[in-house]
Write a protein that binds this ligand. Structure first.
Ligand code: C2E
Ligand code: MG
Ligand code: MG
Length: 576
């Protein structure tokens, strides 16, 4: 159903307005008449017509002045104006266009010309409106797009600066596991789901908040932003976030699938503390990430502590970019001993960052940043080369220690870089060391979460001669039954097991079965975090092959390693 288009005719000559009204109504337009510039401005403001026909010569304010006023007013500035004039003077026509007219018609006018010009102007107007709407909306969901959202935010922030009682909230929604749906069912199923989800979201907001009292937009991908005018009250928003999560859950039938959805939501309550839309979106994004970290389907309110934390991360990331070039990264070496003979068999290389201002930063603080930013890739290559060439040097310096080996930790991000295997091979060749002298440690959770991608990469590494260890075993969720699926050489049992082994019988029993199973699968077992002689004795009784921990030595700087090499390991020998 098309809405009747509305034309306003402003002319002091009553006969002219009457004639125009009759002719335009005949072609289905709705026409309002005004007989002075002031009256015309008044009606234009109230009715926002689709087109104005404006006489130039009128008593009071004339057509040019009226046109100027219309163009100065944000509510009427885009309405096309056709001037009506009896004057054929070029000067006048040029002036008409200068002040913003779309067209002009000379009086007395021909009926067909009037209609043709009015229809052309209306057509142009609807085209312009359509383009303007398209430019503001997200093509997939019809919600506002990013640039329109930023305009809305600009307006709301400005309004808040003038009205201290005006509050609004920004909700940042990001769907959990959406990539999985896109990757497994294809993009068109993903798109259909986004459309359905946005419909059910707006339906719920219409009911709970009221149409017109919220703004919904899609930033891109599976990220949505809601702006909600709200009392300064977290409870209202908490209820809304709860209701949204319940509503978004689905199930949605897409093709032959029934899909369940959940979203993580970050919320910022905006009460005069923001100047820029981008800062608001950034903080909502930070809160959303905190929500995601708390598990799926959570929501989280932004607070200043989160901001400080993410600034800290950003600063560290910036500093980390230069850490390699500035030689701020060092490797420490922690001994690994054979638990039967007590002998030192090798080391685990553990990285430290000597930050010029903050001092030594432990890996658990900066490795996650390195992983997220991708810096772990160049840093990882440095670690491998450094550890391999250091080992080569020790082997040369201490011929009695030719059996020494080094363990190097590798993260998922490193393993999945293209040509990881080839590059690792090149590095060992460059360091002049055989591959089997290096054990690559990969955590249990990395292996378990990425089984299908990693298994072929691990196999290739092993074919080259690298040894592979599953690190932190017991902290992830691997079932013992899975172990035979991976090309592994050893299991490193997590420290938390060793801590408890003396006191807790069930830990000891589990440990016993892990060692037995590992041996059946031809894997050797390394116990991490041995701190006490009692723990060592217990592990020796369980037939654990190797051990590492403060009892033997803490992670040690290169210069202090020779002292460890000269130590007699037999004091750690199994005495039974
Ligand atoms: P991880 O690979 O499991 O390393 C063992 C961690 O346990 C080390 O912490 C080590 O210092 C600590 N440890 C060893 N023996 C004992 C003990 O007897 N008692 C206690 N309380 N702790 C002990 P660190 O050096 O802080 O490293 C933490 C984690 O950071 C490592 O766990 C590893 O996942 C990661 N990491 C360290 N260096 C690297 C590296 O070069 N590359 C990568 N990707 N990750 C690394
Ligand atoms: Mg390790
Ligand atoms: Mg470990």
């Amino acid at each position: 159903m098309s809405v009747k288009r509305n034309v306003l005719v402003i002319d002091d000559d009553v006969v002219t307005t009457r004639v125009i009204k009759a002719r335009l109504e005949k072609i289905g337009l709705s026409v309002t008449c005004a007989h002075s510039g002031d009256e015309g401005l008044d009606i234009a403001n109230k009715e926002e017509p689709d087109l104005i026909l404006l006489d130039i010569h009128m008593p009071g304010i004339d057509g040019f002045e009226t046109c100027g006023e219309l163009k100065n007013n944000p509510g009427t500035k885009d309405i096309p104006i056709i001037f009506l004039t009896a004057d054929l003077n070029t000067e006048i026509k040029v002036r008409a266009f200068d002040c913003g007219a779309t067209d002009y018609i000379t009086k007395p006018f021909d009926n067909r010309e009037l209609i043709a010009r009015v229809e052309a102007a209306l057509k142009m107007q609807s085209l312009i409106r359509k383009l303007a709407t398209q430019a503001k909306s997200d093509a997939l969901t019809g919600l506002l797009n990013r640039s329109a959202l930023l305009d809305e935010l600009d307006y709301m922030i400005a309004r808040q600066n003038h009205e201290p009682d005006y509050h609004f909230a920004v909700m940042f929604l990001d769907f959990d596991r959406f990539k999985l749906i896109n990757d497994s069912l294809g993009h068109s199923a993903g798109n259909e789901l986004l459309v359905r989800v946005s419909q059910s979201m707006t339906q719920m907001l219409d009911e709970m908040v009221g149409p017109g009292d919220y703004v919904a937009s899609r930033l891109g991908g599976d990220e949505f932003i809601l702006l909600i005018e709200t009392p300064e009250n977290n409870q209202v928003l908490t209820n809304l976030a709860d209701a949204l999560q319940a509503k978004l859950h689905g199930p949605y039938v897409v093709g032959q699938y029934e899909l369940i959805c959940s979203a993580s939501i970050g919320i910022v309550l905006c009460s005069g503390n923001y100047e820029e839309p981008e800062s608001l979106l950034r903080d909502a994004d930070i809160a959303m990430y905190h929500a995601k970290e708390n598990g799926k389907s959570q929501f989280c309110f932004f607070n200043q502590q989160m901001h400080a934390q993410s600034m800290e991360q950003l600063t560290l990331e910036g500093d980390l970019r230069h850490a390699l070039a500035r030689h701020e990264l060092r490797l420490l070496y922690q001994p690994i001993h054979n638990l039967t003979t007590g002998q030192l068999t090798g080391f685990e290389a553990l990285i430290r960052w000597h930050h010029p201002v903050r001092g030594v930063i432990p890996p658990l603080t900066f490795i996650p940043i390195a992983e997220e930013s991708g810096l772990i890739v160049p840093i990882g290559w440095w670690i491998l080369y450094e550890a391999a060439s250091q080992l080569k040097l020790w082997r040369q310096m201490y011929p009695a220690m030719r059996h020494l080996r080094v363990n190097v930790n590798v993260s998922k991000r490193q393993l999945i870089t293209p040509n990881f295997v080839k590059h690792a091979d090149d590095i060992l060749n460059r360091a002049g060391l055989e591959h089997s002298a290096i054990t690559l440690e990969i955590t249990e959770s990395t292996i378990m979460d990425n089984m299908s991608i990693l298994t072929p990469i691990l196999s290739e590494l092993r074919e080259l001669g690298f040894k592979l260890a599953m690190d932190d075993f017991g902290t992830g969720h691997s079932s013992l039954g899975c172990l035979n699926k991976f090309p592994l050489d050893s299991l490193k049992i997590d420290r938390s097991f060793i801590n408890n082994v003396e006191h807790n019988h069930s830990f000891a029993a589990i440990l016993n079965s892990i060692v037995t199973l590992a041996h059946n699968l031809n894997l050797n077992v390394v116990a991490e975090g041995i701190e006490k002689i009692e723990q060592l004795a217990h592990l020796q009784c369980l037939d654990c092959d190797y051990g590492q921990g403060y009892l033997f030595a803490k992670p040690t700087a290169v210069d202090d390693v020779p002292a460890l090499l000269n130590q007699d390991g037999r004091k750690f020998k199994h005495s039974a």
